[in-house]
Write a protein that binds this ligand. Structure first.
Ligand SMILES: *Cc1c(COP(=O)(O)O)cnc(C)c1O
Length: 397
């Protein structure tokens, strides 16, 4: 047999981590890596946060899982906390980001298919280079053909519009439009923040035509950008929002947040999940909220983000052939390169033991744990500078 026991859908690299220590990963051979990838914006408290570990240990000893057939004091507590801290009136818990987006898509459709709605409104307008996950609905919501190949037919009900092009979005609204599904800051697409005018314009279109503004904050949410959710920085509120990645700090779960109005179609028996919101996930979520959902923590994220950004901007000036610009918000930063970003990301990983993430549009993603301190920031710049100075741009194939 040639196929590996682990289904070979990932081109995995040679780094094989077995242990985490705060902002570092240690691999099988004992080599230490500075982790400015955070499992792709997941480990926001780093790898050995006592509060998160303790919460999971305690809950595992007490009660790991019960069915959603029973009352959930743990789920009620975390949902109430999210409701208190956000635009939302109600929360559905999932096990992943894609499932949170799926539930968001279902809620947006069900809003219009409600008795008081307009069942012709079945289409969500989504945006070029978006990433919403790998389920059938979420790949159908993205225009990226590389994710479609081999998995046809796609699901109906998605129209693709150019990202950040408000005029085009306006022109696409028709009698079948149910709403918009958008990442306020595209992650996989290359850390591209939507403009203020675009986000406020989409909100206005939704108000005018009774459409659902659905935000995918799976990557940019949970304090990553210096506010609990990125929409706060646009001065708008969504109708529905998908969140995951950082929300469990490494424990896999997600959530779909909605206003009471937007959730009117999500009634008894319409949706569900066996594991969704189980006590173990809720304990992890409460520990993450305890750590991040306060003004001091968020102010620190903004301050560290601004400091890294200023240093990055100064740094890239030394290598005008390699780097074009820095973009992003808070600790969700991207360095757009003038050359392919992937080989440089590999160079930093293999030769300088610095973990970052490659993204679309030749962007290098810088997604450190939100708990980094001065020492980690200095180490990052040492490794990045060393990596840039000994980098040899590979010959085009
Ligand atoms: C990662 C991601 C998803 C998918 O989350 P999974 O947990 O991998 O299913 C969806 N949307 C965005 C913006 C993401 O970054």
């Amino acid at each position: 047999m040639a196929i590996t026991p682990l289904m070979p859908v990932y081109p995995r690299c040679g780094v094989r981590p077995v242990r985490g220590e705060h902002c570092h990963l240690i691999d099988e051979d004992g080599i230490r890596y500075l982790d400015f990838a955070s499992g792709i914006a997941v480990n926001l408290l780093g790898h050995s946060h006592p509060g998160l570990i303790g919460a999971i240990q305690n809950q595992a000893e007490t009660l790991m899982h019960v069915s959603n057939l029973y009352g959930s004091p743990q789920g009620e507590q975390l949902a109430a906390r999210l409701v208190e801290k956000t635009f939302a009136d109600t929360v559905f818990f999932t096990n992943s980001g894609a499932e949170a987006v799926e539930a968001a898509i279902k809620a947006a459709r069900a809003y219009h298919q409600h008795a008081d709605g307009n069942p012709k409104r079945t289409e969500l307008i989504t945006f070029t280079n978006a990433f919403h996950g790998r389920t059938m609905a979420t790949i159908s919501a993205s225009n990226q053909e590389k994710m479609h190949k081999g998995f046809l037919p796609l699901l109906e009900g998605f129209q693709y519009c150019e990202f950040d092009n408000l005029e085009m979005a306006k022109s696409m609204v028709g009698p079948k439009t149910a709403g918009f599904l958008v990442e306020p800051i595209q992650g996989e697409g290359g850390i591209r923040p939507a403009s203020d005018a675009f986000m406020t314009g989409l909100r206005a279109l939704c108000d005018e035509h009774d459409l659902m503004l659905v935000l995918d904050e799976v990557q940019c949410g949970v304090a990553r950008t210096g506010t609990l959710y990125a929409y706060e920085q646009y001065g708008i509120v969504p109708d529905i929002l998908a969140t995951a990645k950082g929300i469990g700090g490494g424990f896999p779960f997600g959530a779909t947040l909605a206003t009471e109005k937007a959730a009117r179609g999500m009634t008894f028996g319409t949706h569900g999940s066996t594991y969704g919101g189980n006590p173990l996930a809720m304990a992890a979520g409460m520990a993450v909220m305890d750590a991040v959902a306060n003004d001091e923590f968020m102010a620190e994220v903004r301050e560290k983000g601004e400091r890294i950004r200023a240093r990055l901007e100064q740094f890239i000036g030394n290598y005008p052939d390699l780097f074009e610009l820095v973009r992003g918000k808070g600790l969700m930063l991207g360095i757009k390169m003038k050359v392919e970003s992937r080989p440089f990301f590999v160079h930093l990983r293999d030769h300088h033991k610095l973990l970052t993430v490659a993204a679309g549009d030749n962007t290098l993603r810088v997604l450190p744990p939100l708990v980094i301190g001065d020492a980690e920031i200095d180490e990052f710049f040492e490794k990045l500078s060393a990596g840039a100075s000994d980098y040899v741009i590979p010959e085009a194939a």
